[in-house]
Design a protein. Structure first.
Length: 579
């Protein structure tokens, strides 16, 4: 709520001011009309009283118009602020957000739940305004005739009990509705991801039925909400007329016996309407229930852990990477167990292992994308979890197996960072990954809109490599970033990247022997443990290591393309394996 109030700025302050002025005008209006009526009935000059009543009516009308405008604006600004904050938290959570909230669920919370939560402030302001008006109307009834106030109070407990029944029920069914909507969004987004598979298998009808399965829950929750509101409305609709008739009958009796004047009779009718205002506003309470449900769903994301990174600056250094006892679990299953090794600055280490080895998970932990459950990762002797997020992202560059190009144009996508690289660095990176030729053939070169790119998987991978290589990062992590490139292009790009990034520390997740052979060291992973850390040529003596690459089928691709380093040479690292 505080976030939405701050985001609305002056509109929230204006809404509060109007909410304070509007009840006053509404409460003064019946008294002003009563004075005008009494003046006319008694034969006195009534033009002052009439003008006063008209002025109060004008102020009340202006307050109502201003409240509607300010309320709409405050909701819109509050929703925008919540969406920005929610997206920032998703970015902060990083890869771990995918394990907690899938894409469709996040989309539902960002679009639907934030809109509901942003209505908290206007709904509370409206409720407080109605409460002030109702209390003021009740006090006025007591001032006109004590019996009127007492008669009205007799029906309040029953009405209040009905509202206490309605609000929790409305909140519960609203939450069910939003959860069903989230499930529907998740199924739809997942289907879009596998659109080619659905088309190829001819299962469009079956998939449509699967996506629309939550509609029954959505319908039931929606009907439940309106049934609850309808039930509360008709019950209150039975009580209110009885209360009003009783109060008006007593007011008429008092008028006949001279205890109140004609104007006070009119004022009693007006104050009775104001006193019952809050009790009749089931729509306001339903709005509060929806806002609460939305706030709960938004808060679940905002409370999901803490923002990644700390406040410590990253000291200057060459890029020495150290992992101490790193362990990681996913869905209750250990993925990494007691990983210890040090990567000297400027060294290229290939992460190699079977599919369940945990190589990609280790790459994510080493770059700070995923926090380790146990252990510490240090870059130039500074723990990654203590580093300011912005400085950490400047120091580490990634290239993925399936890169996502973000930006309006290809140039935007390749220089996608808070500190865009120099044009010369971008050109050198494109040449190194052999992407300069096919990017030059694009209709508008690097200014081609990203949405119009029609490239192969290997070409996309080379663009992802160029994006990582052109950054001024001390640690570059390539997570199977050349898996879709043919072996000849991979060999040329790997050699050129080695020259371009010779002064950078590199971690390369690979399943190709040639890539491992070009690395200074190979970290051989098996079932989440570090089995060995040594040059490729040394590890080839082990049949289990050779089996990873099926060397008998690849021929000489398993042979090193440069002299092997000895395990105690300048590029060797200390290995401490824990099981």
């Amino acid at each position: 709520m505080a976030q939405t109030v701050r985001a609305a700025g002056g509109h929230s302050a204006g809404l509060l001011a109007v909410a304070a002025l509007d009840p006053l005008a509404r409460l003064v209006l019946p008294a002003a009309l009563a004075a005008a009526v009494d003046a006319v009935v008694t034969g006195r000059t009534a033009w002052r009283q009439v003008l006063s009543a008209c002025a109060v009516l004008a102020v009340s009308t202006a307050c109502e118009a201003a409240r509607e405008t300010l309320q709409t604006t405050a909701e819109a600004r509050g929703a925008r602020a919540l969406r920005r904050r929610l997206l920032h938290r998703v970015w902060d959570l990083g890869v771990t957000a995918q394990a907690r909230f899938d894409t469709g669920d996040v989309l539902s919370r960002v679009l639907e739940s934030t809109a509901g939560a942003a209505a908290v402030t206007p709904a509370l302001v409206s409720t407080m305004s109605l409460l002030g008006t109702s209390v003021g109307g009740l006090v006025a009834l007591f001032l006109i005739d004590v019996g009127l106030g007492l008669l009205f109070l007799a029906g309040v407990p029953l009405t209040w009990w009905l509202l206490r029944w309605f609000v929790p029920l409305a909140g519960r069914v609203t939450l069910e509705y939003q959860e069903a909507q989230s499930d529907l969004s998740s199924r739809f987004v997942g289907a879009l991801t596998g659109l080619r598979t659905i088309r190829a298998s001819g299962t469009a009808d079956r998939e449509t039925a699967r996506i629309l399965t939550p509609l029954s829950r959505l319908t039931a929750a929606g009907r439940g909400f309106w049934a609850a509101q309808r039930g509360a409305a008709w019950r209150i609709g039975l009580i209110m007329p009885v209360m009003q008739l009783g109060v008006l009958a007593l007011a008429g009796h008092s008028l006949l016996h001279g205890r109140i004047s004609h104007g006070e009779m009119l004022a009693a009718a007006g104050y009775l309407a104001l006193a019952t205002g809050l009790l009749k506003q089931t729509a306001v309470f339903a709005r509060l229930a929806r806002a609460r449900a939305g706030a709960d769903r938004v808060g679940a994301v905002l409370r999901a852990g803490t923002a990644a990174g700390g406040r410590r600056p990253l000291t200057s250094g060459p890029g020495r990477l150290e992992l101490r006892g790193v362990a990681l679990c996913a869905k209750g299953r250990p993925v990494l167990r007691g990983i210890d090794f040090t990567v000297p600055a400027g060294t290229e280490v290939a992460l190699v292992g079977p599919p369940d080895s945990g190589a990609s998970a280790l790459a994510r932990v080493a770059g700070g994308l995923v926090p380790a459950d146990q252990g510490t990762v240090l870059l130039d002797d500074v723990p990654l979890h203590e580093v300011r997020p912005g400085e950490l992202r400047d120091a580490i560059a990634y290239a993925f197996e399936r890169p996502l190009l973000v930006g309006e144009t290809l140039r935007d996508a390749l220089t996608y960072t808070d500190r865009p690289p120099a044009a010369g660095r971008l050109a050198a990176s494109l040449r190194a990954v052999h992407a300069e030729e096919f990017t030059a053939r694009l209709p508008r070169g690097l200014e081609t809109p990203v949405r119009r790119l029609r490239l192969s998987g290997g070409e996309f991978q080379r663009l992802g490599l160029a994006r990582a290589a052109c950054r001024d990062a001390r640690l570059v992590i390539l997570d199977d970033a050349l898996s879709s490139v043919d072996t000849v292009t991979e060999a040329r790009a790997g050699t050129a990247l080695g020259r371009l990034l010779a002064d950078r520390t590199r971690l390369v997740v690979t399943h190709r022997a040639a890539t491992a052979a070009r690395a200074d060291l190979v970290a051989w992973l098996d079932a989440g443990t570090l089995r060995a850390l040594a040059p490729h040529a040394v590890l080839l003596r082990d049949p289990a290591y050779r089996a990873i690459f099926r060397c008998g089928e690849e021929g000489d691709t398993a042979s090193p393309s440069k002299p092997a380093h000895s395990s105690d040479g300048p590029t060797a690292a200390t290995v401490r394996t824990r099981t």
